[in-house]
Design a protein around this ligand. Structure first.
Ligand SMILES: [Zn+2]
Length: 86
């Protein structure tokens, strides 16, 4: 299986590490209400369709977001963190 690093191009999946839902890029303000933090830390959607995942590419040390469809496991695109946040 292959995954495209936005910095290095098409690479073997074994070079990457899955780091969880890209929701981690939308961390609440440290002073946010405890209910907001509780929701952020413990509640996750489990959609059938496109999800955004955080991945780490060891050879270049780059982080990226992969958009993957959970119904067919096709990765539609990968983005740098700056691209994913904009
Ligand atoms: Zn890379």
């Amino acid at each position: 299986m292959r995954l495209t690093c936005p910095h290095c191009g098409d690479r073997d999946l074994r070079e990457f590490t899955y780091k969880g839902d890209a929701l981690a890029l939308s961390r609440p303000d440290p002073a946010a209400d405890s209910k907001i933090w509780d929701d952020y830390l413990h509640n996750r959607d489990n959609p059938a369709g496109v999800t955004r995942e955080l991945w780490y590419h060891a050879p270049c040390g780059g982080w990226m977001v992969a958009e993957r469809d959970t119904t067919n496991h096709v990765t539609t695109r990968t983005l740098t963190l700056a691209e994913a946040r904009s």
